[in-house]
Design a protein around this ligand. Structure first.
Ligand code: XMP
Length: 516
């Protein structure tokens, strides 16, 4: 693999994704991993990520110089570049001019990772520290006003560094730089694409499962659908999907999943109507964490019951279901601290916390993948666009989009409002421009309105459209005013007791995407 050494979470994930976009397999490792352990993974190249620290501060994360003597090609990016320069004896100090955002870089030597690169180009910078002099043996490839050494290379040792962020889309030629480093400087061939991922997984799943029975909890989302399709390709009829209707789904969702999914895949599906069960257990509860716990617990119980049905359907009486498929993704693994000791940013919340205490072995075929890769695989497996491009929807469903107690009445109102929003966004062609748009009912908030000459005292609906690459950070989407106007008019006209529509214009952080 290409190892991406993490000096600050977000940058590293993005770099790992860009490496894969260049058709090369990448893995994230924390900077605290001993260099010997990194080398034991036999890396084809190593990339040192950016990060928030300053190299000369006490306690700043660094790396053992041995990494630069191992004969493995290394690319340092931003902070990683400064670490490389610092460790190898260059001069790294406070910049005379900090550069944040779009910056003009001048390429002094268009070679190696910058071969054929235009002499002047826009790059994305974020630094208050600069490399003032490159270490011995390095050639300076580029500079900016605030960075005398903005890119450097020592091709004899295959060591490279760049001050700007080639991994962000705001650096238009960034992907080109990463690709040249991988393919030309480090000499790595293509080894990562949807076809090879599918083949590898199919083989691994067959080997693991043997002739056992497998179930998969289908949430209606992309991840579980693709995971199911992949497992189905591997073991066919040994797989049964279970779809739990917990009464917190959106309008038309049950029918859509039953129809689209079964139609497209031919996978056996058991749909369990557990709405009454869930809603009774949730009655009177308004605390978000309590809601989540109850929903998670109920999922487990519903699943246990469904198991018997699965066995019957498979005609495998006397046997047990041995495996459970989950659509866990690589960011979940990394964020949960499972990725080789990366720090725990937040616990992975899967579909309402599926069976931890159940006697299943897990199959997680998407465990090394990012969302965009999952979508590519789904497409290659022949899943319809409506499934592959579905926006994320949380396992606990509308239950965490009613601020206050969950009642059937409130669910009906929210379901209606949500359907209007989805319909109008689709009509406006905005589905792929936004990551998702939670619609939230502030059930306990009341405000005065006037409708049909009468005073009303209703609740507001919040629109929460966001754009994001991975849901770890997000910005609020600037929806066109006329689309907002149509949505607002329709919701207040068509949804009982809603007399106000408001827009959530907060990024993440500080807010999360969902309200609960
Ligand atoms: P937050 O609210 O943490 O959401 O910014 C990040 C992304 O995760 C989704 N989400 C969930 N998905 N179970 C899920 O399967 C959950 O409990 C859950 N909570 C939040 C959310 O919709 C967003 O895409």
């Amino acid at each position: 693999p290409v190892l991406v050494v993490d000096f600050g979470a977000q940058y590293a994930q993005l770099i790992a994704r860009r490496v894969r976009e260049a058709n090369v397999y990448s893995e994230l490792v924390p900077h605290s991993m001993p260099v010997a352990d990194m080398l034991a993974k036999d890396p084809a190249a190593i990339i040192l990520s950016g990060g928030p620290a300053s190299v000369y501060e006490e306690g700043a994360p660094t790396i053992d110089a041995a990494i630069f003597d191992a004969g493995v090609p290394v690319l340092g990016i931003c902070y990683g570049f400064q670490v490389m320069a610092h460790v190898l004896g260059g001069d790294v100090d406070k910049a005379a001019l900090g550069e944040y955002g779009k910056t003009l870089a001048v390429i002094d030597a268009p070679e190696g990772m910058l071969e054929d690169s235009p002499r002047e180009q826009d790059v994305w910078m974020s630094h208050g520290v600069a490399v003032k002099q490159a270490p011995a043996g390095f050639e300076v490839l580029a500079h900016t006003e605030g960075a005398p050494v903005a890119a450097m290379a020592d091709p004899s040792r295959r060591l490279y560094g760049v001050q700007w962020h080639p991994e962000v889309k705001h650096t238009p030629l960034g992907q080109d730089l990463i690709s040249r480093f991988l393919h030309e400087c480090a000499g790595i061939g293509d080894n990562w694409d949807s076809t090879s991922i599918i083949e590898d997984q199919v083989r691994a799943i067959r080997e693991k499962v043997g002739d056992a029975q497998v179930i998969c909890g289908l949430s209606g989302g992309v991840d579980s659908a693709v995971a199911a399709a992949l497992v189905h390709k591997a073991i066919g009829e040994q797989l049964t999907c279970v779809f739990v209707d917990h009464g917190l789904l959106r309008k038309g969702e049950v029918e859509q999943v039953k129809h689209d999914f079964v139609e497209a895949t031919g996978i056996k599906l058991i749909a369990v109507d557990a709405a009454d069960d869930f809603l009774d257990a949730l009655s009177g509860v308004s605390d978000p964490e309590t809601k989540r716990k109850i929903i998670g617990e109920k999922f487990i119980r519903t699943f246990e019951k469904a198991q018997r049905q699965v066995i019957e359907m498979a005609g495998a009486e006397g046997k047990e279901v041995k495996f459970l498929v989950q659509g866990t993704l690589y960011p979940d693994v990394v964020e949960s601290g499972g990725g080789d000791g990366a720090s725990n940013i937040k616990s992975h919340h899967n579909v309402g916390g599926l069976p931890d205490d159940l006697d299943f072995e897990l199959i997680e075929p998407l465990r090394t993948l990012f969302k965009d890769e999952v979508r590519a695989i789904g497409t290659e497996l022949g899943l319809p666009e409506e499934i592959v491009w579905r926006q994320p929807f949380p396992g606990p469903g509308l239950g965490i989009r009613i601020v206050g107690e969950i009642t059937r009445e409130r669910l009906d109102v929210l379901r209606e409002a949500d359907a209007i929003v989805r319909e109008e966004l689709t009509k406006a062609g905005l589905d792929r421009d936004i990551w998702q748009c939670p619609v939230v009912l502030l059930a306990d908030v009341h405000s005065v309105g006037v409708q049909g000459d009468e005073r009303t005292y209703g609740s507001p609906i919040v629109l929460r459209p966001v754009s994001s690459e991975d849901a770890m950070t997000a910005d609020w989407s600037r929806l066109p005013y006329d689309v907002l106007a149509t949505i607002s008019t329709r919701i207040t006209n068509e949804c009982r007791q809603i007399n106000r529509v408001v827009l959530d214009c907060t990024s993440k952080p500080p807010a999360t995407i969902e309200w609960e």
